[in-house]
Design a binder for this molecule. Structure first.
Ligand code: 1CP
Length: 345
C-alpha cells in the first residue's frame, strides 16, 4: 500500500474525471442490514452506540469491502450522529429511523443548538484513522447530511413523507429557516472536516429529501446552504459527491452547489442525468429493486447504466438510492464483478 495507489484508485480517478482501468463501483448503504455479518456484530448494540465505537465502526465499514471488493468504503455512521454528539436529544429507533425528542420550531430552539468542534467527536477521528490504515489503497468516503435533509429530522421530530412542518417553517418563518439552515451547514461542514482531517479521501453530502421542494424553493431556500457546506470542504481538495432522491427536476442546480460528482437518483435515465449536470462526473444509478429481478435482467440493466455513464467525464457506478435491507448480498457480489469485467479497458 502506498499513497499513490490510493490517489490512483479507480474511484478517485473517476471522481476527478480521469481515465480509469475499470468503472469503479460502490453501493449506498452497502454496510448494514442486508449483510448477515452486520446483523451479527450489531446484536445487542444500539445504532447510535455502534457509531461511537471505533472498532465496531471499522469492522462494519470493512464488511462490504471484503465481501464485494467494491472500489470504495463508506464510513459507517448516520447523518444525525453529529447532532447526537453535540447534545441534541435524539435516538435512532430500530425500524423507524432518527427520532428527535424536542423538535426545532423557533429561533430560540435553533440558538440552543451548539456548533460542532472536533472535541465533540473524538471517536469519529479515531475510527476514520483506524479505517484508513486498514483500507490501504481503497478510498474511504466520509459523509454528512445536507442542511435540508437534516432540518427535516429536526423540525418534524422524525422520518416524514411530506416534510410538511419543515416546509411550513421554510415558507412561513424565513428568519428561523435561515438560522437553522446556517446552523446545520456549519455542523455538516465541521463534521466533514473532521473526517477529511482524519484521512477520508472523498465526501458525500446526502440531501436525500431535497426532491420534496419545488425548483424555485430549492434554489431560494436550500441550494445556498448546500453550496456553503460544499464550499467549506472544497479547500481540502478531496472530491465531493452530492446526492438526493427524486431530484430529477433540480439535478442541474444540485450540480451548481459545487460538487465534482452528482449522484443521480434511479428515476432519471442516466443519459439524461449526464446531460442535466452538464460537464460534471456522475454517480449511479441502477434501480435498487433490480437486485430482486433475475440476475441476467439486473446485469442487462447495469450494462445500460454503464453505457450511459460513458458520456460523462467520469462515472462511478452505484445504485440510484440505498441498498434495500432485504437485498440478497450475492446479487450485489455478481453486480460488482460484472461492472468490473464489462468496463475493463
Ligand atoms: O439499526 C439499524 O441498523 C438502523 C438502520 C440504519 C443504518 C444501517 C440507519 C437508521 N442508519 C444507518 C447507517 C447509515 N445511514 C449509513 C451508513 C451505511 C452505509 O451506507 O453503508 C449512511 C450513509 C446513512 C445516511 C442516512 N441516514 C441518510 C442518507 C442516505 C439515504 O439513504 O438517503 C438518511 C436519510 C438517514 C436517516 C436514517 N437513518 C436510519 C434510517 C432508517 C434513516 C431513514 C429514515 C427515513 O426514512 O426518514
Amino acid at each position: 500500500m502506498s499513497h499513490s495507489d490510493l490517489a490512483d484508485s479507480a474511484f478517485l480517478r473517476a471522481a476527478r474525471g480521469e481515465p480509469v482501468q475499470h468503472t469503479p463501483v460502490w453501493f449506498m448503504r452497502q454496510a448494514g442490514r442486508s449483510l448477515p455479518e452486520y446483523l451479527k456484530v450489531r446484536e445487542g448494540v444500539t445504532m447510535l452506540d455502534s457509531c461511537m465505537q471505533p472498532d465496531l465502526v471499522t469492522e462494519i465499514t470493512l464488511q462490504p469491502v471484503r465481501r464485494y471488493g467494491v472500489d470504495a468504503a463508506i464510513f459507517f455512521s448516520d447523518i444525525v450522529l453529529p447532532l447526537k454528539a453535540i447534545g441534541v436529544d435524539l435516538d435512532i429507533v430500530a425500524g423507524v429511523g432518527p427520532v428527535v425528542a424536542n423538535p426545532v420550531r423557533t429561533l430560540a430552539d435553533v440558538e440552543a443548538i451548539p456548533d460542532l468542534t472536533p472535541e465533540h467527536v473524538p471517536y469519529i477521528t479515531q475510527a476514520v484513522q483506524q479505517l484508513v490504515g486498514e483500507l490501504g489503497g481503497t478510498p474511504l468516503i466520509g459523509f454528512a447530511g445536507a442542511p435540508f435533509t437534516v432540518a427535516s429530522y429536526l423540525v418534524e421530530g422524525g422520518p416524514s413523507k411530506e416534510h410538511a412542518k419543515t416546509k411550513a417553517l421554510m415558507f412561513g418563518a424565513p428568519e428561523v429557516w435561515d438560522a437553522l439552515m446556517r446552523k446545520i451547514a456549519g455542523i455538516s461542514a465541521a463534521y466533514l472536516h473532521v473526517q477529511v482531517a482524519a484521512g477520508a479521501s472523498a465526501v458525500q453530502l446526502f440531501d436525500s429529501w431535497a426532491g420534496a421542494v419545488t425548483r424555485a424553493d430549492y434554489e431560494r431556500s436550500v441550494l445556498p446552504y448546500s453550496t456553503s457546506v460544499l464550499g467549506a470542504i472544497g479547500e481540502t481538495g478531496v472530491p465531493r459527491i452530492h446526492f438526493g432522491v427524486g431530484t430529477g427536476e433540480i439535478l442541474d442546480l444540485m450540480g451548481q452547489a459545487g460538487a465534482e460528482v452528482v449522484g443521480v437518483d434511479w428515476r432519471v435515465p442516466l443519459a439524461e442525468g449526464v446531460r442535466r449536470v452538464g460537464g460534471r462526473c456522475v454517480q449511479g444509478n441502477l434501480d435498487p429493486t433490480l437486485v430482486f429481478a433475475p440476475t441476467e435482467v439486473m446485469l442487462e440493466r447495469a450494462d445500460q447504466v454503464l453505457e450511459a455513464g460513458k458520456a460523462a467525464p467520469g462515472h462511478i457506478f452505484n445504485l440510484g438510492h440505498g441498498v434495500i435491507p432485504s437485498t440478497d448480498p450475492d446479487q450485489l457480489a455478481r453486480l460488482t464483478d460484472h461492472v468490473h469485467q464489462v468496463s475493463a479497458r
